[in-house]
Design a protein around this ligand. Structure first.
Ligand code: R5P
Length: 293
């Protein structure tokens, strides 16, 4: 098996190749001055089972284009199988038409990946479970809540409550609360504009508890910052934040540094600047990938 990494997360690709005993395929990826992306495979792939590893991070649209081009090159050079590990599946938040005039971007990305030749997809904590059904090829949507549960159990924190920052997250947060044998609380969130959030109600008992606020992603931190504040105002003794995907775009690092969270725990589905936040902890998904590769 050969693993071809895109440019989005070389550290993760190297760790996966090492742990899973895969050879890193050689390829050239660069950008022309006009912005077009150039890809060239430098290894023979005929008859080989090939994996692409590319997450969708800070340059989400270019990250997708690299996948399309790598898959197309592998298909044209007769790779036996083209599989994709996309730890964070970007464009997932538009998984329905929330407002008139919008596309369903998650469905479109799924279609484009399959059209480019991808025959199997491995990903982590899709924004919503139904996205799996947007693909006409098999999808492994691996969940990180057991890894978070193990981490928080090892800390032996007292009087836990697990908190969903909005009703959309409640289902996955419920699974974490079951695993931790802790009660669930839900915040009522409204979003007047993109990247702006306000909280009106807290459903559940927070007073005196250690709260674990769990979401699928932290993008600009507009959700997590005010959510931590609301929990502290409602009497939480400490707040831990956990999220699978640390996108950390725009003012995220500043917002997270300013919030009162005791610790912020994310995974390495995306590259994060660990030194930027003293209370940031990164758990690795490599051992989860090892189980299925
Ligand atoms: C919303 O549906 C998501 O689960 C996240 O809560 C949200 O997208 C995070 O974005 P931000 O950090 O910009 O609030």
């Amino acid at each position: 098996m050969l693993l071809f990494p895109g440019t989005s997360h070389p550290k993760l690709a190297a760790a996966v190749a090492k742990k899973c005993g895969l050879d890193l395929g050689k390829c050239e990826i660069k950008k022309f001055s006009g912005g077009e992306i150039y890809v060239r495979l430098l290894d023979e792939v005929r008859g080989e089972c090939c994996w692409i590893l590319q997450t969708s991070g800070a340059n989400v649209s270019d990250d997708y284009l690299e996948i399309f081009l790598l898959a197309d090159a592998l298909r044209r050079h007769d790779a036996r199988e083209i599989n994709l590990i996309i730890p964070h599946f970007g464009y997932a938040r538009q998984d329905r038409r929330a407002m008139m005039g919008e596309p369903i971007s998650a469905q479109l990305m799924a279609n484009l990946l399959v059209a480019a030749g991808v025959a199997r997809v491995v990903t982590f904590d899709l924004h919503s479970d139904q996205i799996e059904g947007f693909f006409s090829v098999p999808v492994d949507n691996l969940h990180c809540f057991p890894m978070f549960a193990e981490y928080f159990l090892s800390k032996k924190l007292p009087d836990l409550v697990v908190v969903a920052p909005d009703t959309g997250a409640a289902k996955i947060v419920q699974r974490l609360s079951d695993q931790l044998c802790a009660p669930l609380a839900i915040l009522h969130k409204t979003r007047p504009r993109h990247h702006e959030v306000s909280y009106t109600h807290v459903v559940g008992e927070i007073q005196g508890k250690t709260a674990i606020l769990f979401d699928d992603m932290i993008d600009t931190g507009s959700t997590i910052g005010p959510a931590v504040e609301v929990l502290i105002k409602n009497g939480a003794r400490e707040v831990y934040v956990a999220a699978t995907h640390g996108i950390f775009s725009g003012p995220a690092y500043e917002r997270l540094a300013a919030c009162a969270a005791k610790e912020i725990v994310v995974t390495d589905t995306l590259p994060v600047e660990e030194g930027r936040l003293a209370n940031l902890k990164v758990l690795s998904i490599v051992s989860l990938l090892e189980k299925i590769l």
